[in-house]
Write a protein that binds this ligand. Sequence first.
Ligand SMILES: Cc1cc2nc3c(=O)[nH]c(=O)nc-3n(C[C@H](O)[C@H](O)[C@H](O)COP(=O)(O)OP(=O)(O)OC[C@H]3O[C@@H](n4cnc5c(N)ncnc54)[C@H](O)[C@@H]3O)c2cc1C
Length: 344
Amino acid sequence: MDTRPPETLVIIGSGPSAWTAAIYAARANLRPVVYEGEPSREMIPGGQLMYTTEVENYPGFIDGVTGPELMEKLRAQAIRFGTRVEQENIASVELGQHPFRLRPSYSDEIEALTVIVATGARANWLGVPNEERLAQLGGGVSACAVCDGALPAFRDKVLAVVGGGDSAMEEALYLTKFAKEVRLIHRRDELRASRIMADRVLKHPKIKPVWNTRVVDVLGYDEITGIRVENTVTGEKSDMPVGGLFIAIGHTPNTAFLNGQLDLTRHGYIKTPKAWRTATSVAGVFAAGDVMDDYYRQAITAAGTGCMAALEAERWLAHLGLGESPVLETAEAPVNLTQEWKAS
Ligand SMILES: Cc1cc2nc3c(=O)[nH]c(=O)nc-3n(C[C@H](O)[C@H](O)[C@H](O)COP(=O)(O)OP(=O)(O)OC[C@H]3O[C@@H](n4cnc5c(N)ncnc54)[C@H](O)[C@@H]3O)c2cc1C
C-alpha cells in the first residue's frame, strides 16, 4: 500500500465540469489532481465536446469555438493554477471508508479526502457504417439537436431524427425551427414517448413519422447525403436523401466504475438528493456534469455544476479543519464517517 498522504481533492473526468471544478479548486489552494481518463472507442479525454466541431452556444466565444479547442483552453486554465493531471482512468473506488481509496488503471492506489465525480455520460450511437466518421468530421451526423441543430448546415434541409422516446420527440420538435421537414424514424409502429409529447410531434405539420424503420448505413463522403433504411417488417431496404441525421436513442452515464457505491437513479445517473447541491449519498463525494444531469446536458450547465462541486468540496474540507471557507455557515454538516475519521 502506498504510504503517501491522501490527496485533498481528486477529480475524476475531463469534460467541462471536471476542468471547471479544477479551476475553482486550484485557485482555492486545494491542489486538485484530475484523472482525465484514457482514450477508448467509447470515450476520449476532453469528453463529449471532442466529438463536435462548432460550439456556438458557450458564452464568451462570439464567433464560436471548436469543441477540442474549448476543452484544451479549459484544461490549460486549470493547469495554470496548479492542477495536476493524470492520464489514466479511475478503474474502481472504495467509498465506504475515509480517506476514500481510488484505483487508477495502471498506477498505485491513491487516497483522497474529497472526490468529485465528473465522468459524464456518452450518447448512444446506432453503430452503423459511416456514422462515427461523419459525426467526428462535423459532416451532418449528431447526437445533440439542441447543440447542433441551429448550425447553418442544417437550415432548410430535410433532417432525420432516430428514436421513439421523449428525448427524440424534443429533438424533433426543436429541429422544426430550422428544418424544411423532420423525418422521425422509429423501428416500431408506435412511440415510447409520453402521450403529450407524442401528440405534439404527430400533430406537427413539419414532422413526418417513418414507422417500422431502422437506419442501416449513412451515405456521403465528407458530409451526409442520405441514409439507407430497412423496413423492420418486410426487410426491404431503400435510400432516403437527408441533409442531417440526429441520433436520439439515449445516453449511458459513466458510472459503472462506482460499482454501486453511490446512490444512482434508475437510469444510472448519480443522485444528488438536495436541490441546487452536488453532494451525493456519500459525504465528501460530489458529482458534477452530465453524470448527475440527465436533463440539461449542456457544456455550460456541466461547467456550472463543476463550480458548485468545487465550492461544496472546499466547504466540506473546511468542516474537517483542513481549510478555510468564507461561507462556512452555509455548508452541510459532515456525517459521522467524517467525524470518526477526524477523531482517529
Ligand atoms: C455530438 C455532441 C455535440 C455537442 N455539442 C454541444 C454544444 O454545441 N454545446 C453544448 O453546450 N453542449 C454540447 N454537447 C453536450 C456537452 O458535450 C456535454 O453536456 C458536456 O460535455 C458534459 O460535460 P461533462 O463534464 O459532464 O463530461 P463529458 O464531456 O461527458 O466528459 C467526461 C469525460 O470523463 C472521462 N472519464 C469517464 N470515466 C472516467 C473514469 N472512470 N476515469 C477517468 N476519466 C473518466 C472521459 O474521458 C469522458 O469523456 C454536445 C454533445 C455531443 C455528444
